[in-house]
Design a protein around this ligand. Structure first.
Ligand code: SAH
Length: 385
């Protein structure tokens, strides 16, 4: 990793007006210009397998074709401005999208897994009370190319013995509020011509946008995770405004009706907030809510962030809650918090806009202001090799 002073001017990936690199778009475009069909496979291999940053690097293509491609298509590459490296080897990438917005992606080693947590929106419009990203509001949707760009940027940082095994849409944003781009990104990630990761190794997490959940299960084979977080409508509506549109009954009725394949389960994420949703009564209600659903409950200790009005439930309370679920036959796990020292843990991703900019955009990117770039300084040297 190095600082990237040429960030704004040189990257071909920064405009959203050019087309995404997909076989139909590419084939039609090549044909219209009289190029041979085999160029499609060559270009896709450069873009997704090699992950080159510019069309200029596609050395087996004629020069004029490379230039023509660059004017019409966007490569799925993003360049990290910064990489923060946590003591537990979690790595957080700050990925600028344009002059105003950036997203974060987090690499989480958990051998034998290496999970990449990616963002679907810069900021988020869902307004969940306990989430740092919500404080930003929605800045903008990501394109499919930008979503996949996070994966290629993370892949480029891996050590020789590492391989991304799982991808979770649990970073910034509500993936199902950016449905078309997320669907297209899943296609690019799973296709043989693309990143070629199995859909079974991809999980999309949602606040519970009921109609889009149904579409996702119908149109893809990815895993579904639902942020449940509360066990009564009153409590959930206070924590997650979306509950006013899709209350618990509608949400769980949809979960019950979804044609989830036999060997899959729906994950219910449950952020443990001290004194709010962690009582025995909550555990009892949760057992009842997920009854009849092939479910897995993932208990997430609340990760604090500045200005948050909540505290994490104690480890003892979380364990007691888990035992309550297990005793009643509900599959339940506790999520280990990772990367907290670099603000990379669940709900802590909040650097979606460009606070490091102090003046008008010039093509140079000033260094982050320390007060706003929490988490980025600690091991910057380590990330710069
Ligand atoms: N919008 C999607 C995906 C992003 S959030 C969703 O809500 O599911 C990913 C997970 O992090 C969600 O389960 C969310 O409830 C959880 N989360 C948000 N803020 C958190 C925090 N401060 N501490 C722990 N988990 C949090």
């Amino acid at each position: 990793m190095r600082w990237a002073p040429d960030l704004i001017t040189s990257s071909e990936a920064w405009t959203t007006t050019r087309a995404a690199l997909t076989p139909p778009a590419l084939t039609a475009w090549l044909r219209a210009r009289g190029h041979a069909a085999y160029r499609t496979a060559q270009i896709l291999a450069w873009a997704y397998r090699r992950g080159v940053a510019t069309f200029g690097e596609m050395s087996n293509l004629p020069q004029d074709l490379r230039e023509d491609l660059a004017a019409h298509f966007t490569l799925p590459t993003l360049k990290p401005l910064l990489v923060a490296h946590a003591a537990d080897d979690t790595r957080k990438l700050l990925l600028p999208l344009d002059a105003r917005a950036a997203v974060e992606a987090v690499l989480i080693p958990d051998p034998p897994r290496l999970t990449l947590c990616i963002s679907s929106q810069a900021g988020c419009g869902m307004g969940c009370e306990f989430c740092a990203t919500a404080r930003l509001g929605l800045l903008r949707n990501l394109s499919a190319t930008e979503i996949v760009g996070q994966v290629l940027a993370a892949r480029a940082l891996l050590r020789a013995d590492e391989r991304i095994s799982n991808i979770v849409f649990m970073g910034m944003g509500e993936p199902l509020a950016n449905y078309a781009a997320v669907l297209e990104a899943i296609e690019m990630l799973t296709a043989e011509w693309g990143v070629a990761i199995s859909a079974h190794r991809i999980t999309v997490s949602t606040v519970g946008l009921v109609p889009q959940m149904e579409r996702l299960v119908r149109e893809t084979n990815v895993n579904l995770a639902v942020s449940l977080v509360a066990t009564t409508d009153a409590q959930r509506a206070r924590l997650m405004p979306i509950n006013r549109r899709y209350p618990l009954e509608a949400l769980l009725a949809m979960c019950r009706a979804l044609p989830i394949p036999q060997r899959q389960r729906i994950t219910f994420e449950y952020v443990m907030l001290a004194g709010i949703n962690d009582s025995d009564e909550d555990a009892t209600r949760l057992v009842r809510l997920v009854h009849g659903i092939r479910a897995k409950v993932n208990l997430i200790p609340f990760n604090p962030f500045p200005g948050a009005a909540f505290a994490a439930s104690s480890p003892e309370v979380i364990q007691r809650f888990q035992e309550h679920l297990l005793v009643h036959g509900v599959h339940a796990t506790i999520r280990q918090s990772r990367g907290r020292d670099i603000q990379a843990a669940c709900g802590q991703l909040a650097l979606a806009h460009a606070p490091w900019r102090t003046g008008p955009v010039t093509g140079n990117v000033p260094a982050p202001r320390p007060s706003l770039a929490r988490g980025w300084s600690a091991r910057r040297r380590a990330a710069r090799h």
